[in-house]
Design a protein around this ligand. Structure first.
Ligand SMILES: Cc1cc2nc3c(=O)[nH]c(=O)nc-3n(C[C@H](O)[C@H](O)[C@H](O)COP(=O)(O)OP(=O)(O)OC[C@H]3O[C@@H](n4cnc5c(N)ncnc54)[C@H](O)[C@@H]3O)c2cc1C
Length: 430
């Protein structure tokens, strides 16, 4: 006999478990709004762990050093860009609340400041970002001061090369050199960042690694490592290695999926239920319908069908990689509700002639349209449903990769979407 679906009821349902979806749940917790979040695996595990706000403007030659000033320029040149539609005070608050939540669970970040920081990429290039995990902060500082530093290269680790980093950075950081080690008890074959990170949660491994680092440092007082300093509570692993070695240590993110991204995902998955939110991970919402009493989300896990009845819904399903948008020969569609998608007039206009065209490709600005309250529009140009809000990269009119604004868009728009949902819930109970 077929079992009846399990039923859940909630004031707010969040669909998507990328940065925007998780940020929305965190902001809802902050407002005491009970939340159910459903999300399939997504891009969060691929991130570097850096929280970018705005690192590049379309018409500017160089990188952005003052993102707050750049936001004003963006408002003038691209008023429809999601970041142009959020006030600086709200963006600051979104970053502050988000990073405070991470810190509460053992993952400290630098405070969002007035200027971008210069962060290191896995191949030794530099990128502007607003907030860095505390375990990575000593890198940009040592680079700025040209401190003598050893970048540790680990035998058997693919995609992270000490010599490549030194070669790419030699013009900016002449005092950087590299040395190769074998990770303790993993001397042969391939080694993986995630496995090393989990091994470093064992105190004896930390002691062995510290001995190696002390030996190779020579006269250097700063050591760079690929991001492997523990999966949970990396701040504690980092502090202990610094204590054991007497050296300043920093991490550099590795190629995706990097430990820095996995840490975020694991933290969210543990912290949200701890804070009272209901998280249904690794599942996809297969249908979303609305009636006068609210929204109904349908999904299925290994125990069977689930129905979530929600007063409000935040759609944070990302773009193509995550399945929020689908690209078809005749156009781009929003996957769940077939919402209106701002997109190039025809498929022939998706890409420019040259892959490296400095203007980017029009398809990377496709996304859904929202009104002033972050409510998606239907194909008729009207609000699809007054209970539905949207956040993150699924929104139209931005190319977050080019503007180095992935987390900025996710956090700022999640902040706004939750504020609008809260307003709706408050007015519904008046
Ligand atoms: C390789 C890489 C590196 C990055 N590096 C940085 C960086 O250095 N700094 C930075 O600020 N940002 C970075 N980002 C960007 C950042 O991780 C996010 O991708 C971006 O901010 C968009 O977040 P999002 O939540 O809107 O969408 P996504 O992260 O795409 O998340 C969408 C989520 O929705 C889920 N979903 C889709 N459909 C459904 C459905 N029907 N039911 C349930 N769930 C569904 C997906 O599975 C996914 O979990 C990087 C991204 C990538 C891919």
């Amino acid at each position: 006999m077929k079992q009846a679906p399990r039923q859940l009821s909630t004031p707010l349902a969040v669909i998507g478990s990328g940065l925007a979806g998780f940020a929305a749940s965190i902001f809802a917790i902050k407002r005491n709004i009970a939340t159910v979040q459903v999300g399939n695996t997504g891009a969060v595990a691929y991130t570097t762990g850096y929280l970018d706000l705005l690192g590049k403007l379309d018409d500017a030659a160089g990188v952005v050093t003052d993102p707050w000033q750049a936001l004003q320029a963006l408002q003038a040149s691209a008023p429809e860009h999601p970041l142009s539609r959020v006030g600086a005070a709200d963006i600051r608050q979104a970053f502050a609340v988000f990073t405070a939540f991470l810190a509460e669970f053992g993952l400290h970040y630098s405070q969002p400041g007035e200027r971008n920081l210069t962060a290191l990429s896995p191949i030794g290039t530099l990128k502007p970002t607003l907030c860095l995990p505390a375990t990575m902060l000593a890198g940009p500082r040592a680079l700025a001061a040209n401190c003598e530093c050893v970048m540790v290269d680990i035998r058997g680790l693919k995609g992270f090369s000490g010599p490549e980093m030194v070669a790419n950075l030699q013009g900016r950081w002449p005092a950087l050199r590299t040395q190769r080690i074998s990770f303790p008890d993993m001397a042969t074959g391939e080694v993986y960042p995630e496995v090393m990170a989990r091994a470093l949660e064992v105190p004896a491994t930390r002691v062995k690694l510290a001995e190696l680092l002390k030996t190779l440092a020579g006269t250097a007082s700063v050591i760079g490592l690929p991001a492997i300093l523990g999966m949970h509570k990396p701040d504690a692993v980092h502090a202990e290695l610094e204590r054991l070695t007497g050296l300043q240590i920093f991490e550099v993110p590795t190629m995706p999926p990097s430990v820095a991204g996995l840490r975020l995902r694991e933290l969210f998955e543990q912290a949200l239920p701890h804070k009272g939110a209901t998280l249904i991970p690794q599942q996809k919402v297969t249908s979303l319908t609305f009636d006068d009493s609210g929204a109904t989300l349908a999904l299925k896990d290994s125990y069977g069908d689930i129905r979530i009845h929600a007063q409000t819904v935040i759609l944070a399903t990302g773009r193509f990689l995550s399945g929020g948008l689908d690209a078809h020969p005749d156009g781009i569609q929003e996957h769940l509700l077939n919402l209106a998608v701002a997109q190039p007039a025809s498929r022939a206009d998706w890409y420019r002639e040259r892959y490296t065209d400095p203007r980017g490709h029009p398809i990377n600005r496709a996304g859904i349209e929202v009104d002033a309250h972050w409510r998606p529009l239907g194909k008729d140009g009207r609000v699809y449903n007054k209970r539905l809000f949207a956040a993150g990269s699924i929104l139209a009119h931005h190319d977050w990769i080019r503007s180095r604004s992935g987390a900025g868009i996710a956090l700022a728009t999640a902040w706004q979407a939750v504020a609008s949902a809260a307003q709706f819930l408050a007015s519904a109970t008046d």
